[in-house]
Design a protein around this ligand. Structure first.
Ligand SMILES: Cc1ncc(COP(=O)(O)O)c(C=O)c1O
Length: 409
């Protein structure tokens, strides 16, 4: 029956990384692989209290179908919350989705035809790559520097694509505490990438799950708040600042784009869950949301500090080994010498009861074989320290094998 599957279905391969990670499911493995938030950040008691009210007094609305664009009260609460952060919005610019993953899928549906070109960082968020693949587009990876995407190369690539007669449509960015690298795009680059998008008539997807989770330094303006031409589509999820199980995110876009998104969301799911939107609305209006986010920041800050200290203490001193020092988010990105292949090394790490995500999974051009993503969100600080110690031993062994091989040549 396989011949009945669509071209799109056949284009998306089973994730080899998922298969690899199954090896790491034993409880004794300290895993830096999953990007799942720490359940200690979930406000479960408060949610239980608001659920009581929502199911008692508001059951007729909260258990009913809702508007495709989302619950009016929840959207207004989101506008007010973003307004306090300097992003003035009206409800008409906000669509609620079932997580920002659905938002990425809907935006692809709205903008992309097979063969169109999407620009993204090298490396970039894995499930966004999978969405782009499902829409049968060409993914052009642009190297990422310490301050974000290399915009010289972006412009060269845009011009190259246009000379080839292809249709460039989107630039996909995670400007704050990037997944997987933890890197933040500088203000200069934020302004410049907007200019580039204007000059070449491209839409920017600003995927921002981690911007609220800043540990230090001043927040940088979101691309959306610098956008004067309505070409930035901002995705904000509640997964990391409330909990992923509610499956709630919003798309902030111009009314014209929002209209198209709503048109295509209707056949996708009719509406997102009325119940979880109500829970989130009650939580945001009854409790101190800002204080809740402050607690999340403090918890992850300690874990980030522990991971950076452990890397400094345990990693072999080698000019080819370095890592990012994120000011927020959930991830550190580790680069090893070119001769180390983190995919080949993975079973040896799991044998030592430590796991990571193989970096090449995040590269649309298949490069990055000497890199890995380390998520510090799940393990406790003690386990982070021990996990990095084990990982450093595994890497040390790789270096010794490699230098012995060179010496014997
Ligand atoms: C960059 C990025 N975009 C989107 C998502 C998906 O989030 P959600 O739970 O809102 O679907 C994630 C989740 O980790 C992410 O890191």
């Amino acid at each position: 029956m396989d011949e009945l599957f669509s071209r799109r279905t056949r284009a998306v391969k089973r994730s080899e990384i998922r298969e690899l990670l199954k090896l790491a499911e034993r409880p004794e493995v300290i895993s830096f692989a999953g990007g799942f938030p720490d359940p200690a950040t979930f406000p479960h008691r408060e949610l239980a209290a608001v659920a009581q009210k929502v199911l008692g007094e508001d059951y007729d609305r909260s258990l009913q179908y809702g508007a495709t664009e989302g619950d009016r009260l929840f959207r207004e609460a989101v506008c007010e919350w973003l307004g306090r952060q300097g992003l003035a919005l009206s409800r008409e610019e906000v669509t609620v989705t079932s997580g920002s993953q659905q938002a990425i899928d809907l935006i692809c549906k709205v903008f992309l035809d097979p063969g169109d070109v999407v620009f993204c960082d090298l490396p970039t968020y894995l499930a966004a790559i999978q969405s782009f693949t499902a829409f049968e587009v060409e993914k052009v990876g642009i190297p990422q520097r310490e301050d974000g995407m290399d915009l010289e190369i972006l412009e060269e690539k845009i011009e190259e694509v246009s000379r080839q007669g292809k249709r460039a449509k989107l630039i996909y960015l995670v400007p704050d505490f990037h997944n997987p690298t933890g890197i933040t795009m500088s203000l200069v680059k934020r302004r410049r990438v907007l200019k580039i998008a204007e000059r070449h008539n491209l839409v920017i997807i600003e995927d921002n799950p981690y911007g609220q989770v800043r540990f230090e330094g001043e927040p940088l303006p979101m691309l959306k708040s610098l956008d004067r031409t309505g070409r930035v589509v901002l995705l904000l999820t509640f997964s990391k600042i409330l909990c992923p199980g509610l499956r709630l995110a919003v798309i902030v876009a111009s009314p014209r784009i929002t209209e198209q998104i709503v048109k295509l969301k209707q056949p996708a799911d009719l509406c997102s869950s009325s119940f979880t939107q109500r829970l989130a609305y009650e939580f945001m209006t009854r409790y101190d949301f800002a204080a809740h986010i402050d607690e999340i920041r403090a918890l992850y800050r300690e874990k980030r500090d522990t991971m950076l200290e452990a890397l400094e203490a345990y990693m072999p001193k080698h000019p080819g080994i370095h890592w990012t020092k994120p000011q927020g988010g959930l991830f550190v990105w580790l680069t090893l010498p070119e001769f180390v292949d983190t995919r080949e090394m993975f079973p040896r790490a799991v044998e030592r009861n430590v796991a990571y995500v193989v970096g090449s999974a995040f590269f649309v051009d298949g490069s990055g074989q000497n890199t890995m993503r380390l998520a510090f969100c799940e393990p406790t600080p003690e386990l982070i320290r021990e996990g990095i110690r084990r990982l450093a031993e595994v890497i040390e062994a790789e270096l010794s094998v490699a230098s012995a091989a060179v010496a014997s040549k």
